[in-house]
Design a protein around this ligand. Structure first.
Ligand code: ADP
Length: 519
């Protein structure tokens, strides 16, 4: 462990002699090289921690940027279970932090993993905040942790400390969602007032505009920043402190995870109260569709699947379906269409619409499986439905990434009637796995699925316009009609399985954005 010095903002700063356990300090400006130095920060990173698509996205973005030759770091909390599960991969790092958090000083160590050349994961090891049973929510009470603001303001300060003092001098710091929202403000403040020469440019990606980290205005004191940023044009939102808003105001560039969501959030219907601010900043806002990590999400060499299959040879998919039906206790029948959903159980995902539409549609010959966890009332409603229709409905409450692959592989159709969907990954996984997605035409669902009314010869899914029960029931009826036309269904499947959402494409767009910023 190193001893600490303090800079003027009270940030811990490792002494010069111990700053570089691996390599030498590099110049702040990358002399025109096309390879960049990039520090990503995310509250969850696959495989270390995951509650949703954010973890997939940040892990894949980091990995593919590193493979493109960039120097990449990802900062993330050291959540409970990570040290034990990845004991061989994770090393201590000669870096320790004692950062002010309101009136307290909080200590953290840093641990590192280097899963790929050019890629370092920096784990913020602060047991008081991250050694917990859940990431954001206490699994016992299902309530959000009361101190999530403390946990993520602290995380943001740790990110800024690394951004400022890491010997390889990141040129761009790319934060994700409200958990890193304070980072752009802290970087701006330290460059204006605290002697930070050549600070990195900041990018904030909004994976979901709804959670903003909004909390009582008094919690702004956790930032240890002057009160003049607590203002409606900065970090204040109707008297409250809003970390996401701070990021939206101060980041050099903003992105969201699909082009359609980038347009939707400029409207009051999707803007979650921040559409006015976003309209003012739309000149720095881009929508970049997430990619799929096809090394993980594929059907040809996937140890999680009972049989391999591909667009050219779908026989293995029938075997995956039979095994899934048996595993779920459903009648093993090739002739009945199997629908599925893997989701956070939350109204955003239209889980209530599925429940109601199924009440109507379960009179038809179909099966449905849901894997998910979330709102207790909806979990109970799904369990109740499965109890009433044991031969038609299987419900698995919980988080199970192996079962997620098996469901994608075993299903014929995938239901995703989201009210809003910044990007969504499961519809893209479904396309690759030959489970025809039935989706609401919003956000990334609009950008990744092709309906027959758009480009008939490339159709690979069914889109509903309204987030409403009759629209979903109609979508399911269309799926049943497709089921009765095997030739057409196979064409949909092949179109979906050959559609390309690889990360290489998305990474090129991020590279363009970073390169523009560092000019
Ligand atoms: P969001 O991030 O809004 O929850 P996405 O579709 O972008 O939705 O990403 C969800 C990711 O989380 C996917 O990789 C999905 O397979 C996974 N996932 C969600 N719930 C579960 C679950 N209960 N078990 C396994 N994987 C899940």
């Amino acid at each position: 462990m190193t001893t600490q010095t303090r800079n003027r903002a009270g940030q811990s700063q490792p002494p010069r002699s111990s700053r570089s356990p691996k390599g030498t300090v590099q110049p702040a400006v990358n002399g025109g090289s096309s390879h960049m130095r990039l520090l990503l920060a995310s509250s969850e990173v696959e495989p270390y921690s995951k509650t949703g698509g954010l973890a997939d996205m940040t892990a894949a973005l980091g990995k593919y940027l590193a493979r493109a030759g960039h120097r990449v770091g990802i900062v993330t909390p050291l959540h409970r279970g990570i040290p034990a599960q990845y004991a061989k991969r994770i090393q201590p790092f000669a870096w320790s932090l004692n950062l002010p958090l309101g009136s307290a000083i909080v200590h953290a160590d840093i641990a590192v993993a280097e899963p790929e050349p050019n890629l370092t994961i920096y784990f913020v090891d602060a047991p008081v905040f991250y050694d917990r049973a859940g990431l954001y929510v206490d699994p016992a009470s299902k309530a959000e942790y009361w101190d999530n603001t403390e946990r993520y303001v602290f995380f943001s300060k740790a990110v800024v400390n690394l951004a400022r003092y890491l010997p390889w001098k990141p040129e761009v710091v790319h934060v994700h969602d409200w958990h890193g929202g304070v980072v752009p403000l802290l970087v701006r403040h330290q460059s204006w007032n605290d002697g930070w020469m050549h600070p990195p440019k900041t990018v904030l990606t909004v994976h979901n505009l709804a959670p903003q980290g909004r909390c009582a205005g008094g919690k702004y004191a956790l930032t240890n920043l002057p009160s003049y940023y607590f203002h409606p044009d900065a970090a204040e939102f109707f008297g409250d402190f809003n970390p996401l808003k701070a990021g939206l105001v101060f980041a050099d560039a903003l992105t969201t995870v699909s082009p359609t969501y980038a347009k939707e959030i400029l409207t009051p219907a999707y803007g979650e109260g921040l559409d006015g601010l976003l309209r003012n900043r739309q000149h720095v806002l881009t929508g970049i569709l997430n990619g799929v990590d096809y090394e993980q999400w594929q059907t040809e060499r996937n140890p999680q699947l009972p049989r391999p299959y591909s667009a050219a040879d779908l026989a293995g998919k029938a075997a995956c379906k039979a095994e899934l039906q048996a595993e779920l206790g459903l009648p093993v029948r090739a002739d009945v269409p199997l629908f599925g959903t893997i989701t956070r159980i939350d109204p955003q995902k239209g889980v209530d619409l599925i429940l109601s539409a199924l009440e109507e549609m379960l009179a038809s010959d179909l099966q449905y499986v849901l894997l998910g966890t979330g709102r207790p009332d909806f979990e109970a409603a799904y369990r109740y439905l499965a109890g009433r229709y044991p031969k038609k409905v299987a419900v698995q409450i919980g988080y199970d990434s192996v079962l997620a692959h098996r469901i994608e592989a075993g299903c014929d159709f995938y239901l995703m009637p989201s009210r809003f969907e910044p990007c969504g990954l499961n519809q893209m996984y479904s396309l690759r796995y030959g489970a025809v997605p039935v989706v609401r035409a919003t956000g990334g669902l609009q950008d990744s699925v092709v309906d027959v009314r758009e480009v008939p010869e490339r159709a690979d899914g069914i889109k509903l316009q309204a987030p409403a029960v009759p629209a979903l029931a109609k979508g399911i009826r269309k799926a049943l009609a497709l089921w009765r036309e095997p030739g057409l269904l196979e064409r949909y499947r092949r179109n979906g399985m050959t559609a390309d959402f690889s990360w290489q494409r998305s990474v090129r767009q991020y590279e363009t954005l970073y390169a523009k910023l560092r000019r």
